[in-house]
Structure formats: C-alpha cells, structure tokens
Design a protein around this ligand. Sequence first.
Ligand SMILES: CC(=O)N[C@H]1[C@@H](OP(=O)(O)OP(=O)(O)OC[C@H]2O[C@@H](n3ccc(=O)[nH]c3=O)[C@H](O)[C@@H]2O)O[C@H](CO)[C@@H](O)[C@@H]1O[C@H](C)C(=O)N[C@@H](C)C(=O)N[C@H](CCC(=O)N[C@@H](CCC[C@@H](N)C(=O)O)C(=O)O)C(=O)O
Ligand SMILES: Nc1ncnc2c1ncn2[C@@H]1O[C@H](COP(=O)(O)OP(=O)(O)OP(=O)(O)O)[C@@H](O)[C@H]1O
Ligand SMILES: C[C@@H](N)C(=O)N[C@H](C)C(=O)O
Length: 450
Amino acid sequence: MTKFTVNFLNQLFPEFSGDIREELKIQEIYTDSRVSVTQGLFVPIIGERFNGHDFVLQAIDKGAVAVIWQKDQPLPENKPNNIPFFLVNDSLMALQELAQAYRNKINPTVIGITGSNGKTTTKEIISSSLKPFYQVSKTEGNLNNLIGMPLSILAMPQNTEVLVLEMGMNQFGEIARLSEIAQPDIAVITNIGESHIEYLGSRKGISQAKLEIIEGMKTSGLVILDGDEPLLDVSLTQQMITCGFGYELDYVVSQVEQHDDQTTFMINEMPVSIPLLGRHQAKNSAYALAVGRAFEVPEGEMVQTLADLTLPGMRFEQIETESGAVMINDAYNASATSMKASIDVIKNMKQQSKVLVLGDIFELGDHLETEHRKVGTSIDSDITALITIGEASRHIHEGLSDDFTGYKTHVESNADANSLIKPYLKSDSVILFKASRGMQLEKIIDELMN
Ligand SMILES: CC(=O)N[C@H]1[C@@H](OP(=O)(O)OP(=O)(O)OC[C@H]2O[C@@H](n3ccc(=O)[nH]c3=O)[C@H](O)[C@@H]2O)O[C@H](CO)[C@@H](O)[C@@H]1O[C@H](C)C(=O)N[C@@H](C)C(=O)N[C@H](CCC(=O)N[C@@H](CCC[C@@H](N)C(=O)O)C(=O)O)C(=O)O
Ligand SMILES: Nc1ncnc2c1ncn2[C@@H]1O[C@H](COP(=O)(O)OP(=O)(O)OP(=O)(O)O)[C@@H](O)[C@H]1O
Ligand SMILES: C[C@@H](N)C(=O)N[C@H](C)C(=O)O
C-alpha cells in the first residue's frame, strides 16, 4: 500500500544524489537491510553495533527504491544512479521528521500512551476496543522509542482514523520529543512506578518525564491518567480524566475479583470482565473506557470488545506443561511495581504450589537495594518457594515477609536455576518468571519445555 511518493520526500529533503522519478511510490519505510521489502525507503541508522549506511547496497538488493543518507557518510562507490539518495544531516532526525510529516498528512486522531508500567497492555486494550468502530493503527510490540515510534507512525495505512502509539523513555526529554513528533490528541499516563529511576533520579523525576507528553499536545487535547498517583495531581490546560480506585475519581474501579481466566470489576456503575488477571488490569481497562467515551463509543459496546483481548507475548503469558504445571512467562520486563502486581496475581491463583522465579531489575541506580527489598515484602505465607537469579535480586530475600516459611535460594545464572525449578513442575503448581528484559528468563522456560 503506497504511503507517499518520492516527491513528498523531496519536499522534506531537497538535497539529493541520483535520479528522481517523481511518480516513484514508497510503500515501506524501514531500517534493517536484512529485511526484504517492496518499494522500500531505507533509512540507515548508526547504532551501537552497526552503521546502517554500510548495508545500503544490500538494502537496494532487497527492495529499497530510495534512501535517506547522512551527509557525513561517504557515498558507496558503485551507487546505482537510478536510486535517489536524499542527503540529510542526521538520518535518525530525518526519520523523525518524516514520521511527523506523514502523521500530519494522514492526520488521524492520535492517542499517546506512556507510564512506567502498562503501556503495551493499555495500548492493546484501547486498540482492541476501538477496532470495531474505527480504522485503528497501533504500535506493534514494544516499538516505543525515538526509532520505534516514528517507524510505527510510518507503518500506518493511509486510511487510518485512530493511531494508538506507545511512548517509552529512560531519559528526560525523550517523551517531549516523541510528543512533538506524534502531537497526541489524547494522552494516557498509566502509572508512575520506578522503571529507569537510575536516570530519572526519583519517582518525582519519572512523573516529570512522563508529563512531558503534554508538550506536543494542543490545549484542546484530553489527558487521561492514574488518579491514585499524587505525583500526577497536576493542573493542565487540557481536559483531564482521572481513573483508579479512589472514590472521588472520574472512573472509579471497584469490586475487583480475580478468577481463573478473567478479572471482573465495576467501573463506576458498569460491570466489566476482561481475560487478563490482576487489579492493575482493571485500571488499564478504565483508561480504555475513558478513551472510548471521548470517541462517543457506547460504553456497553466498548465493554463487550474487552472480552476478546490478547496481549503480545511474555506479558503474563500462561504456558501449561505436560505435568499440568502452569508457567507464567511475565519476563518481558520488570520493575518493583510490576513484580509486586504479578506476585499478587499469583497469590490469588487456584494452584496450591506457588513458585516465584525472579531475576534482577535493571536501571535502578542508588535505588537498587531498596527496590528489590520492596518486592520481598509481597512474598508471604501464600508463596511456596522463591528462586532469585542474578546479582541484585538477592536483596529480595532481605525484604521477605516474616511469615514466609517456604524454600528460598539465590543463584547467579539462568543455567543454575533449571534443576531447582524442575521439582515444582507438577500438576498443582504455578511458577512465575519475571525480571528485566536483559535477564532473558524466557530462556529458562524454553529449556524446561524441551
Ligand atoms: C537501531 C535498531 O533498530 N537496532 C536494533 C538492532 O540492533 P543491533 O545491535 O543488531 O544493531 P544496531 O542497533 O547497532 O544497528 C544499527 C542499524 O543497522 C541496521 N543493520 C544492522 C546490520 C545489518 O546487516 N543491516 C542493517 O541494516 C540495524 O537494523 C539498525 O537499524 O537489532 C536488535 C535485535 O533485533 C534490536 O533490538 C535493535 O533495536 C533497538 C534496541 C531499538 O531501539 N529498536 C527500536 C525500533 C525499538 O523501539 N525497540 C523496542 C525497545 C524500545 C525500548 O527499549 N524502550 C524503553 C524506553 C525507551 C528507552 C530509550 N532511551 C531507548 O534506549 O530505547 C522501554 O522501557 O520500553 C523493542 O525492540 O522492543
Ligand atoms: N497499571 C499497572 N500497574 C502495575 N503493573 C502493571 C500495570 N499494567 C501492567 N503491569 C505489569 O507490568 C508489566 C509490563 O506490562 P506492559 O508490557 O504492558 O508495560 P509497559 O509499560 O509496556 O512495559 P515496558 O516499558 O517494559 O515495555 C507486566 O508484568 C504487567 O503485568
Ligand atoms: C526493554 C527496555 N525498554 C528495557 O527496559 N531495558 C532494560 C534496561 C532491561 O534490559 O531490562
């Protein structure tokens, strides 16, 4: 599906090398030369391990018909003249400028979602609930940074009416830049946790970074946020809607009950059921309902769509083993808040044997010990066994509740954990795997399943 012509590119980037056929159409914008494309615009990025410019000829072989080229990079000797190279000062900045221009060309209603935890989940809930009523395009997976979000915008079909974008950060200024590119009409701030606190200094710093999402918004925009979070108790020019468990909020979540394969709750007077587990998912659903109200989707119809939810992998993904044990792959990422939320879900599950396999949480800086200890306070007599993996996760043991009397141990690597977990692979066990992305706990699950 054509996104734009080369002429659209030339208006943005007037300087070029090679021939331009104005009618040349671009269908895909991408950054990896190893991917085969049709009518592709290749945007080489200089990364930590590779310089994308080194692979431009491979990109052309695989379907690139135009290239964005950073001027300070030597042009390839045998550059084909029929492929226009648009010359820019910074290829990443050019990708972002192109995304902003394309966003303005298609001009969908843009929903920007940020927060320490729940961005991907809430993005999926909102997208799923609007899809029956609008042409919805969304961030795929977790592509939420200054490369991923522009690519998500540029992946949007021309007939998109609603664009749901996940905005991630681990530095001040990143959300501001993402918001400048995306110009959200509606912003959702899911919560303020401790993710990436090493670089933000404090939870206050995290809240300030998340509130940067306002900077790209019109005053007529709508901000939907976690009303239980004092750090988000701010006054804005935009309309604000608060969601959470406090009775004075706009969308009040109450009567949360976790069942085997769903969570039921009330939002104001509306009974809701979602195929996700945990009270935090009830709050995420409240954000979606508030968004639906802004689109004037009847709440009863919105609630019905929530029943069909599916999440990307490694987010509380339940895997049943031959022995009948249930392994929970919640290993995409972790913070103390999300780890405690997942432990609470495990404590409410029906299996008698509840085992926690918890790895290090990264990017905590000076907060490393306190945050890991905080996780330990959730581990009590409901839990059967605790196996921690890595370095920092040993501090979880220091925070353990006094009435935790189960088996506990700490190992330094994933490989050391397998033999310790195997005895729990029996029919009445549930085993939670959770840690920061870099720990790759999913590899333990893969080994145990083979
Ligand atoms: C730039 C890129 O996309 N890199 C991906 C690549 O990494 P790799 O190490 O292989 O290569 P380089 O980055 O050095 O390569 C530079 C470019 O060269 C291309 N290239 C390489 C070889 C070749 O033969 N041909 C080539 O064309 C290459 O494609 C590069 O474009 O592969 C990895 C494995 O697949 C990817 O993981 C890596 O992706 C990086 C991490 C990336 O930023 N991807 C974004 C598209 C993205 O959105 N990724 C998200 C994770 C985002 C995230 O971490 N979000 C944080 C918050 C934001 C923090 C922000 N400060 C940040 O640092 O990101 C969060 O908490 O959610 C994802 O993948 O899920
Ligand atoms: N509102 C919430 N409060 C606390 N934890 C949550 C909330 N929503 C989801 N979680 C938990 O946080 C973890 C990550 O969920 P999700 O991937 O949706 O968040 P994210 O913000 O996209 O994370 P990341 O920034 O790491 O990509 C999951 O373990 C999930 O159970
Ligand atoms: C996945 C990425 N956004 C992230 O949070 N990385 C941290 C440093 C990790 O590896 O856990």
